[in-house]
Design a protein around this ligand. Structure first.
Ligand SMILES: [Zn+2]
Length: 342
């Protein structure tokens, strides 16, 4: 079997094209579609692969979670290929709630007045930061609602994948490791609640914006220690719910992680064995320190690690991987990335 991975440089976002070849069979998988502005670039990368394999659309489209930098481009991409898409894997956590949120559209803005949010705002954030992340959140809701609306109105088969889900005909090749349905259900109350998501996002953003000044904590020459000792921000529920996929090619494991959090990995049934000895790793959450630890890297022991990120990248993540002799590439430094094996 052969695998080719294309990871176009779209800044802090994910759009990953996986082309598998087994004898005369081809399988084309798209994992996330970047932001809406990235859709054309992704289509440009996909089209030649589809032409070469005689397909009119990807066999499988996976939406790891519904942040705009993953789902934003998917609606446009799905509209482009329409019913030529084989299957879509996506969690639809709160469609009714989403539709309500969008239809009343000022719902989120109303929450802004809530005491809880105001207190958080005063505690952590400047006004401009607050409105910029609020836009991000609203955008994510809109993107999710539009994508799901589109799916409902087409005949593309849609599956909500949890641990153990496999792609028919490619069982033992493409497998969903996480989230398990039970872990996902523990996240669901927050996924359903736009107000708690605002609170989480506030805490996260305030933390992410602050530690830039904490770079002084960097222990010279010990990036893994720095990675472990620098306090980590709570990862949002949406990110924690990311679909984690393993693709096994000639006994080598390729791990696709979305924006999964450290606890998302630990909640995978069979952890740590299930994520042991990875050949190729998509580093979680665009290389943010909040989603990685040397403990995880010691279990995964990847040979290759790709990071699709820019602003989100924390240097200690890259340096810790390098300390462990991992071959690391980032879209920030190396532009469009691709990987072929064997
Ligand atoms: Zn992301």
């Amino acid at each position: 079997m052969e695998i080719k991975i294309e990871m176009p440089n779209i800044g802090d976002g994910d759009a990953i094209i996986v082309h598998l070849k087994r004898g005369l069979e081809d399988l084309v998988v798209l994992i996330d579609g970047g932001n809406a502005k990235d859709a054309d670039k992704v289509i440009q990368k996909l089209d030649p692969i589809l032409t070469k394999t005689g397909k009119s659309g990807p066999d499988l489209v996976i939406c790891t979670h519904y942040d705009s930098d993953h789902i934003g481009g998917l609606k446009k991409i799905a509209q482009h290929y329409q019913n030529k898409i084989g299957t879509v894997w996506v969690h639809k956590p709160n469609i009714e709630d989403l539709q309500k949120t969008i239809s009343t559209s000022n719902d989120l803005l109303q929450h802004r007045k809530s005491e809880e949010v105001n207190a958080l705002k005063q505690l952590f954030l400047l006004e401009e930061n607050y409105s910029s992340f609020q836009n991000v959140l609203l955008e994510s809701y809109n993107d999710m609602a539009e994508f799901v609306d589109f799916l409902i109105n087409t005949s593309i088969p849609t599956i909500e994948p949890f641990t153990g889900c496999q792609y028919p005909g490619w069982e033992e090749v493409i497998m969903v490791l996480g989230p398990s349905e039970s872990f996902y259900k523990t996240l669901l109350p927050n996924l359903k609640n736009s107000k708690s998501q605002i609170g989480e996002q506030l805490l996260y953003e305030s933390f992410v914006n602050k530690p830039r000044g904490m770079k002084t904590l960097m222990m010279m020459g010990f990036p893994c220690q720095t990675l472990d000792k620098t306090p980590k921000a709570q990862v949002t529920t949406v990110n924690q719910s990311s679909i984690i996929i393993s693709i096994v090619v000639n006994r080598n494991k390729f791990l696709f992680t979305g924006d999964a959090a450290i606890n998302s990995f630990k909640e995978i049934p069979g952890y740590p064995d299930t994520i042991k000895d990875i050949f190729w790793l998509k580093v979680a959450h665009h290389g943010s320190r909040n989603n990685s630890s040397s403990e995880l890297f010691n279990i995964m022991r990847p040979k290759y690690a790709f990071v699709s990120g820019d602003r989100h990248i924390d240097q200690e993540v890259i340096d810790c991987l390098k300390e462990k002799s991992v071959n690391v590439k980032t879209t920030r430094d190396d532009n469009d990335l691709s990987f072929k094996y064997p």
